[in-house]
Structure formats: C-alpha cells, structure tokens
Ligand binder design. Sequence first.
Ligand code: MN
Length: 168
Amino acid sequence: MSAPRFVIQKHAARHLHYDFRLEVAGVYKSWAIPKGPSVNPRDRRLAVAVEDHALSWGDFEGVIAEGSYGAGTVIVWDAGTYQNLTEAEGEVIPMEEALARGRAVFRLEGAKLRGSYALRRIKPAEGQWLLTKLPDEEAQDNPDFLAQHPESVLSRLTIEQMASRKAR
Ligand code: MN
C-alpha cells in the first residue's frame, strides 16, 4: 500500500492563505491556514476546516477566474506523503477516526515540510483547528521559512509570477 499524500496550495484569494490537504479515504481533507504552516514547535497556526477536495485537485496551479469558486491564484507550495502516527490506547488508529476525534498526529515527507505535526480541533462549531510542528530533528526556530521558500514545487513559480500569467 502506497503512503497517503499531502499537498499544500498557496492561494492568493481575497485573503492569502495556504490550503493544507491530507489524503484520507480517497479525498483530500482540507484546511485553510491564514498564516501558513510553521516549522517552529512554539507556533500554533489556525487551520479552518473547509470542504473535501478531489485528489485530482492536488496538482492544480494557475489562475482561477473572477466569479469562480476560489477565484485567485494557486501554486502547489509543497507536496509529498505522510505517515499517520495518531495513537489511542497505544495503537495507531485510522486517520478518519483520528480526525473524527479531533486530534491527528502525522509525519510529513514533503519537499519543504518534513517531520511530525499535529492537528487539534479547538472549536468544532467553527471548524477551527490548530496545526503545530512537534519537536523533532526537523523542527527549526526559523520565522522566515515561508518567505525563504516561496516557489511552487511543480513549476518553481512564485505566486506573483503565476498571477502575472494570463487567467485561464
Ligand atoms: Mn483556498
């Protein structure tokens, strides 16, 4: 069985955000992270649950026309696989169950983000979760990580360069 995928799309819509997506049971479970992910375990990043996306969406980058859902510019900021590490009573539980319980721990193997992270639901009614880096050898005290790695892992374009291309 191949490892499930994750993707993070940087999305310059009305407000810039990062769409964090984990492959779970044939779809991408998705969260919008206004400030983007952090590599520092001291940071807690708000992640707002949004609708599931098709796995085919994970390769999309380009310009979504005004008036369409998600209008704005998208790049694939990071992509890779993850390993579910969520435990209950000493055993790893399925990712669906972890998310239903409101706490998931996983190890990312991306081009940019690596190591273990946790997603924890804080306000179920608002769909609010927190994404945090867990302390490990991949953790960094680097507040400039996002700015230092602005480009797409597919096209190598920044979101500004992608936006300057003609809308589809
Ligand atoms: Mn988005």
